[in-house]
Design a protein around this ligand. Structure first.
Ligand code: SF4
Length: 563
């Protein structure tokens, strides 16, 4: 490990890591997080699946993370393979290799993990003896860009389907037999068999396959596009799996405690899944719909067991919009009463502006940064997004938060939103100027699959940059806004992310090309290389505009078959 940055990313044997008997296990699963240890170890979904699988008799589940650049160089130089943390096994030794796809900018890292692990990248090139490669997570809601590489996608909440998947793979047999069994499971999409499980004949009879295999529609397809659309929406659906009752679903309390600091280095308890709001740009709301509440009683039990088994001194209450949790005061009060004497802090990272109140109970929550997401500068634009918060509310709640001890307020905005005018950009500077100690984050709007804006177009690169410049000058010319710290998210990265998010199967070729040309850990600003992606798109005949332009109502969406 000489000259390797943060060797603790790779050394294994952390507190609570599962080390099960390898040889006697009937099924071995590698959970691969295609980003580095500190990010993957903070991901709740991975902790849930690790816990469920390792509690099963006869199942071994181990973790694999993407190596940082230095470690990859070392592995390649020494001819070594990417392997699991717990028992240093190569990916080929597992029966299932399961990817968590949280961010499109990790797609090249998923392919790189397969390559570094010694597996063939294309699904059709992996035969009967290798692992079945599965992927899930929010990005699986448009599986097509990775459909040539992944054998099966898990759509929706994997804790519902994971044991059914284990059973389908456990008895092995040929790869095609396993895929057939997987295709029978609700919420599982097997690209090779997409027609058969839906009662249609295998490709090319399924209209989805006709679209997906080429990424382009033929003249005759175009002619009957509307019929096909109806067929897709009528019969060719894969329905996401949903946990019905959070209180009854598994929640890990003996999470692994790392040796190095990770992004969310604390106990994270999910108090609610789903969101009661309906912001039109929001993908998460649809993916995690409907709303489910974990009871105060169950949260207290989880907190108790988690503190005991980890020794962490901080509990974070997680959900898309924690202020909307209906029993927040009761919960905060009970947590304070039980854990304050033990020196355990409670934090609540995700609050909407509209739900932030200085409730008595909430006074106990940790006074770190508070994040509000007005998204748009003007009330007019905000209302058109279904974000019904007035300027006055944002200003008042931010000031209240700062007065009552929160150290800073971070405000999230987007530029390039549908219906945006130049005045809406100026309004961002005006609004932020009225809040002292605000930090701003400004990101380009990406019309993501499953959001209400999924058919909207995305601004071109030059337009976005012009908007960033206008906003920058608006800050400089506004007396109280000129010292505000603003992070502008890269327009180039947003453009690549949008192509990957909205892509069809032919975009997979560009991802593969980018990976082959050295795209690594592209979600990291310091590693992101736009030229490399631009070249990959050009070399594989991908025109980003095709994916970024507005989509007509009759146009078939690559992800239209996922419900
Ligand atoms: S943006 Fe936040 S508040 Fe709005 S729907 Fe999405 S999760 Fe809910």
């Amino acid at each position: 490990m000489e000259n390797i940055l943060k060797p603790a990313r790779y050394i294994n044997s952390e507190w609570n890591a599962a080390h099960k008997e390898w040889d006697s296990a009937a099924l071995k699963v590698a959970l691969v997080f295609p980003d580095i240890y500190e990010i993957g170890m903070s991901h709740l979904g991975t902790k849930i699946l690790y816990g469920i699988l390792n509690r099963e008799k006869g199942v071994v589940c181990e973790r694999v993370f993407a190596p940082w650049l230095d470690m990859e160089k070392k592995l390649r130089a020494e001819g070594k393979k990417l392997s699991s943390l717990e028992s240093s096994r190569e990916l080929k030794d597992f029966d299932i290799v399961g990817f968590s796809l949280q961010h499109e900018m990790n797609y090249a890292d998923a392919l790189n993990a397969l390559e570094l692990g010694g597996l063939a990248l294309y699904s059709k090139e992996r035969g009967d003896n290798g692992p079945i490669v599965i992927a899930g997570g929010p990005c699986a809601f448009n599986p097509e860009p990775l459909a040539d590489f992944i054998d099966a996608f898990v759509i929706g909440e994997a804790e519902e389907s994971i044991l059914e998947i284990v059973n389908a793979v456990k008895d092995r047999g040929s790869k095609s037999d396993i895929l057939k069994k997987l295709a029978e499971i609700d919420g599982v999409y097997v690209p090779d068999l997409s027609g058969s499980r839906l009662g249609l004949r295998v490709q090319p009879q399924c209209p989805l396959e006709q679209y997906s295999s080429s990424g382009h529609e033929s003249a005759s397809q175009e002619q009957s596009r509307e019929d096909e659309n109806a067929s897709l929406h009528g019969h060719c659906k894969i329905k996401k799996r949903v946990v019905k009752d959070l209180d009854k679903s598994f929640f890990p309390t003996d999470i692994i405690v790392p040796y190095i600091q990770i992004v969310h280095d604390r106990i994270g308890i999910e108090i609610m899944r789903g969101c009661p709001h309906a912001c039109k740009f929001c993908q998460a709301r649809k993916i995690f719909h409907p709303i489910r509440i974990r009871s105060v009683k169950r949260i207290m039990e989880i907190a108790e067991e988690s503190v005991k088994s980890t020794g962490y001194e901080e509990i974070s209450l997680l959900s898309l919009s924690s202020g909307d949790y209906p029993h927040i005061e009761e919960l905060a009060g009970k947590l304070e009463e039980r854990f304050k004497p033990m020196g355990v802090k409670i934090s609540l990272p995700s609050l909407r502006t509209g739900t932030f109140e200085e409730h008595e109970g909430m006074a106990t929550l940790r006074r770190a940064g508070l994040t509000f997401a007005p998204e748009a500068g003007s009330e007019r634009l905000r209302h058109s997004l279904n974000k019904k918060i007035s300027d006055a509310e944002i200003i008042e709640k931010s000031r209240t938060a700062l007065k009552s001890g929160w150290r800073k307020v971070k405000l999230y905005f987007m530029i390039g939103l549908p219906g945006e005018t130049p005045e809406d950009l100026d309004a961002i500077a005006r609004l932020a100027g009225q809040i002292k100690n605000a930090n701003l984050s400004v990101s380009p709007f990406i019309p993501k699959p499953r959001s209400d804006f999924e058919r909207e177009g995305m601004d071109g690169l030059e337009t976005l940059k012009e908007k960033q410049r206008r906003l920058f000058s608006a800050f400089k010319s506004h007396p109280s806004a000129k010292n505000i710290r603003t992070d502008f998210h890269s327009a180039e990265m947003a453009r690549v992310e949008a192509v990957l998010a909205r892509g069809d199967r032919s975009v997979g070729g560009a991802i593969l090309k980018a990976q082959a040309n050295g795209a690594r850990l592209q979600a990291w600003t310091e590693n992101f290389n736009y030229t490399l992606w631009d070249k990959a798109f050009q070399e594989t005949g991908i025109d980003p505009e095709k994916y970024l332009k507005k989509k007509e109502d009759a146009e078939i969406l690559p992800w239209g078959f996922i419900e």
